[in-house]
Design a protein around this ligand. Structure first.
Ligand code: ATP
Ligand code: MG
Length: 416
């Protein structure tokens, strides 16, 4: 091969330094999910294309230009999942879970979107998310948001994040608002971007989400959904806001927040940050009461969110992700010591203590590497120690060194 082999554009190799932080984020989320009673669900990485194409809406960015669609060898049209909710809803329907409501699911895994790659925006990226099915009460929205907030706190980034929240109202309110929006944009159609001209027919609400400068100008004076909300939608939103206020979670109502996907109603929210440049949304979600019915299942309310792990991990202070635990280095000083070192390391690891056995190189180099790795202790083992049944223990923190009986290692108190 003439050229060096490369990874595919928009994908990443997560090396231990990064994957440590990823793992910390995922474990923190998993822990929160358990506290809130969300069970883990793992749906397939690919589904029949219609699972995503029908539910996310043909005009959504995700479906119109970002999905990885392919035909498999059996001629099936399949799509790599671009997000988690549609797969969870599909599982709910195909596994016939409607008798067991309410149900709460947590997931974590890779998602795929054909996007323009840049920092914080990848073609294979990672999401974790939560879906709460079967509750039509605003308290469910509040619990979902609280769980998200707890997670952001646990991983040390809540101070960098702002909760923006809005309501899309119920179907009736949305229809009334839609008519008003269409009338407004039709009278200014010449100033709309091409993308937004297309949205005008299919989903005018999306125009409010546009990043086009001309669209943004028009949006500033567009009618506000607020004025078209019916009484029950208004009251629902009030209860959500009162709930998050009660928990002391700071938030900002943003009337322009509409979210990109077709299936949302009532509450929509995003946690955004100014610390990640253009890729400012770290976690986003909302209520989707019509989704499951739209997919052919029984009418089932739902609310949930998804977070981009790549972005969360970027914000997470690295030192938080490093477990504070003792590290023991085993150093074979010569051949006889190295021969014995694996057994010694094995014994200590069986006590649940982290051991790095330096398997080759000169004694001095091994000590240096152990120190660089942040080892707290070095156990030095040479021919002399092996024949006399002892081990030399060096404490890297205090500098003290002592020789102890090999059998005492089993109970030696390794501490930081
Ligand atoms: P954006 O506006 O950044 O494109 P989105 O609205 O398309 O985000 P969602 O579909 O709501 O994103 O996905 C939820 C979260 O997943 C986002 O808030 C973000 O943190 C993350 N995410 C989405 N797309 C990507 C991507 N291509 N690379 C990395 N993270 C992503
Ligand atoms: Mg997007």
């Amino acid at each position: 091969m003439s050229e060096k082999i490369q990874r595919v554009r928009g994908t990443r190799d997560l090396l231990p330094e990064d994957s440590n932080v990823f793992r910390f984020v995922e474990e923190s989320a998993y822990q929160k999910a358990k506290l809130y009673g969300f069970g883990e669900i793992e749906t397939p990485i690919f589904e029949f294309s219609e699972v995503f194409h029908r539910t996310l809406g043909e005009t959504s960015d995700v479906v119109s230009k970002e999905t990885y669609d392919f035909t498999d060898r059996g001629g099936e049209s399949l799509t790599l999942r671009p997000e988690g909710t549609a797969g969870v809803a599909r599982a709910f329907i195909s596994e016939g879970m409607s008798q067991n409501l309410p149900l709460k699911f947590y997931y974590s895994g890779p998602m795929f979107r054909y996007e323009r790659p840049q920092k914080g925006r990848y073609r294979q990226f990672f999401q974790l998310g939560a879906e709460c099915l079967g509750y039509d009460t605003p308290h469910a929205d509040v619990e979902c948001i609280a769980m998200a907030w707890d997670l952001l706190q646990q991983i040390g980034i809540s101070a960098d994040c702002t909760l923006e929240i809005n309501t899309l109202g119920d179907a009736e309110s949305r229809a009334a608002y839609r008519d008003a929006l269409v009338a407004y944009f039709k009278s200014n159609e010449s100033q709309l971007s091409t993308d937004s001209k297309n949205r005008l027919e299919k989903n005018p609400l999306r125009i409010l989400d546009s990043k086009d400068e001309g669209d943004k100008k028009l949006n500033a004076d567009a009618p506000k959904l607020e004025q078209y909300l019916n009484e029950s939608s208004r009251s629902f939103f009030k209860k959500v806001l009162a709930g998050i206020e009660k928990l002391g979670i700071p938030f900002k109502v943003n009337n322009h927040l509409v979210r990109g996907l077709d299936y949302y109603c009532h509450t929509v929210f995003e946690f955004t940050t100014s610390k990640l440049g253009a890729q400012g949304t770290v976690l986003a979600g909302g209520r989707y009461d019509g989704l499951i019915e739209m997919m052919g299942g029984p009418k089932t309310p739902g609310v949930g969110w998804a977070a981009g792990i790549d972005r969360l991990a970027d914000l997470t202070p690295k030192e938080l992700a490093i477990a504070k635990e003792v590290l023991v280095a085993v150093i074979g000083a010569d051949d006889a010591g190295e021969d014995e070192s694996v057994k010694l390391a094995h014994e200590i690891r069986s006590r649940g203590i982290k051991v790095e056995n330096f398997l080759s190189g000169k004694m001095g180099k091994k000590m240096q590497k152990a120190n660089n790795k942040g080892a707290h202790y070095a156990l030095i083992l040479g021919g002399n120690e092996v024949s006399s049944g002892t081990v030399t223990v060096k404490n890297f923190v205090t500098g003290e060194q002592q020789t102890i009986s090999r059998s005492d290692i089993a109970t030696f108190d390794f501490k930081i």
